[in-house]
Ligand binder design. Structure first.
Ligand code: ZN
Length: 178
């Protein structure tokens, strides 16, 4: 058996599945082509020995947990993005703003009419002012609500995206850290 050890510098059985493996000289660890085990090459007095340091990364429960978490976050992001698009489509139109302008026009018209008839002009101007104030405030209220809502969704999406990136980076690092 000591004979086998000496000639083992080139080919050795995988310590996990016993497949004869050519041991790469350049690296200290490699992956068995047959069982995907992560194998470390350890230098001994009379050559080298192979040691299983891990099964495939994909089998690692921690890695699987990261992958599952990342997949969950991706699904969540997808859902949020759909909601965001729906909300964006509800963007308030310019209707109230136009009504506000209309009110201002009536207000000034009323002020002009006041030259001839104080009562009619004042009534007209008062009506115009009322329309203008109501329309402009409705417009800005809706706009603020819309922006708050869509802004909240996009902030949530940003946070979830950051967490997804973090988990994916952790998972990727596991592959390198062998
Ligand atoms: Zn193997």
């Amino acid at each position: 058996m000591s004979n086998a050890k000496k000639s083992s510098a080139e080919v050795q059985p995988c310590p996990n599945c016993a497949t004869e493996l050519p041991v790469p000289k350049s690296t200290r660890s490699f992956i068995c082509r047959s069982c995907d085990a992560i194998i470390k090459v350890i230098g001994t007095d009379d050559g080298i020995a192979l040691k299983v340091v891990g099964k495939s990364v994909e089998d690692d429960p921690t890695y699987q947990a990261y992958e599952a978490q990342a997949a969950e976050l991706v699904a969540e992001l997808d859902e949020l993005h759909k909601r965001y698009l729906v909300e964006m489509a509800k963007k308030p139109g310019a209707g109230n703003f136009r009504r506000g302008i209309f009110g201002v026009v009536i207000l000034f018209g009323g002020l002009i009419v006041m030259i001839w008839s104080l009562a009619v002009g004042a009534t007209l101007a008062g009506f115009g002012l009322l329309v203008a104030v109501a329309s402009f405030s409705a417009h800005s209220r809706r706009k603020a609500a819309f922006e708050a809502h869509t802004g909240e969704i996009s902030r949530t999406m940003e946070k979830i995206g950051q967490r997804r990136d973090l988990i994916q980076r952790k998972a990727a690092r596991m592959k390198v850290e062998i």
